[in-house]
Structures are given as C-alpha cells and as structure tokens.
Design a protein around this ligand. Structure first.
Ligand code: G3P
Length: 216
C-alpha cells in the first residue's frame, strides 16, 4: 500500500520524504489555506520533494470551470493529479479530462455508489473519507470493503485512496482491506513509529552496553 501525506506543510513533507516512506501527497483547499500558501507554488515545491502522485484540487464547481482549472493544473508537472469533488458537474468533468489523459483523484466520496460512478467516469483515484464517515456514526470499513469488492468484481483499475485518516489503526484498516493508498496527516504517520516496547528495549540495550563499553 502506498503511503501519502495529507498536508501542504513543506517541513512535514521534507521530514518524511527524506526517510523514503512517502509515495505521494494529497492537498485540499483547507490544507493549502492553513499554510497561507499559493497552490501552484506549493504544488511545484512538493513535486520537487516527492516523486509520486501529488493531488491539487480545483475550486470551480461548474463543468466548464472545473475542466478549465483541471487542464491548467495538469500542466504544472507530470506528477500532478487533479482533484475534483464528487458532484454531478465534477463527474462530467472527470469524463472529459480523463479522456484527455489527465489523471483525476475524485474526492469527497462517502459511499460505494459514488466511488463506482467516479470510476466509471474515468477517475484514476477515488478518495473515500473514512474518518468523516465514522463521524456520521456510520461504518467506514463497510463502505471501503464494498468499494474494494465492487472494483475487484469488475476489474476496475481505479485506485482506492483511504482518506480522512484519523489514527494509526486506520492505516492498518486501509492496508488489510486492500486499499491502494492511504493518505494521512503527519501526526498519524508519526504515531505509526511509536511503540513503548521499542523505547523500553532500546533503553535497556544502551544501559547494558554502558556497563561493558570500557571492555570494547
Ligand atoms: O484530504 C482529504 C481528507 O483526508 C481530509 O481529512 O481529517 O479533514 O476529514 P479530514
């Protein structure tokens, strides 16, 4: 499973990209606004740091506007994936842009039916928002399992990107359910490193070594 960072923060991306564990990056208007950033400038900087799919989202909500913005964004860099919200005008734009060879990440997916329609229109990636589904009191795992099964049943090659990841257990859920990608905030990735027995074990190793180090 590919690991993506869900952030527009360049320091966070640099830190984990240097470890070789980041396969791509997703941003959205909220994340870009949080950094007070210029979307094109930041997207290009991210492309320099990570050699993988980098999603940048359109702001338009009408067909013509989405197509215009999508074509423009796609020209920025070969690794840029155009993120389009799942709305009827967006689905129509996915059809147009994907037929031109532009890679689309269809975002704001909350049901298997939405994922099926986005994939049918030609999306390269669908992004179900697991955390927000759970927030509604629904079972995101059921939705993800349904999408996986539908795509497998019909050989649909569209990638499933587990989004709205809230904790490290979600990452395990994404991987065990066969998602192609899991995108997560840096805070969740940081927690994936942690285990108290790793810290305890290392402390013990170092203190045992301290006792004999003069004999080395
Ligand atoms: O980038 C889309 C998604 O991952 C947002 O997550 O935590 O705002 O629901 P969240």
């Amino acid at each position: 499973m590919k690991i993506f960072l869900d952030t527009a923060n360049l320091d966070e991306i640099k830190k984990y990209a240097e470890m070789g564990i980041v396969d791509g990056v997703t941003t959205n208007p909220t994340l870009v606004a949080k950094e007070g950033a210029n979307l094109k400038e930041y997207t290009l900087k991210i492309c320099e740091m990570v050699d993988g799919d980098i999603s940048a989202e359109v702001i338009a909500t009408d067909y013509e506007g989405i197509v215009k913005e999508g074509r423009e964004i796609a020209k920025w860099h070969k690794n840029v994936v155009v993120k389009i919200p799942f709305i009827p005008e967006g689905v129509k734009a996915i059809k147009t842009l994907s037929s031109e060879g532009i890679k689309i990440n269809c975002t704001l997916i909350f049901s298997a039916n939405q994922a099926l329609l986005a994939a049918k229109a030609g999306a390269y990636i669908v992004s179900p928002f697991a955390g927000r589904i759970d927030d509604m009191g629904q079972d995101s795992m059921q939705t993800i399992a349904e999408i996986r099964q539908i795509f497998d049943n019909y050989g649909i090659e569209c990638q499933i990107l587990f989004a709205s990841t809230r904790h490290p257990r979600h990452v395990v859920d994404a991987a065990t359910m066969g998602c192609d990608i899991c995108t997560m905030p840096a805070g969740v990735l940081e927690k994936m490193f942690k285990h108290p027995l790793t810290d305890k074990g290392l402390t013990q190793f170092l203190s045992d070594w301290e006792a004999v180090k003069d004999k080395q």
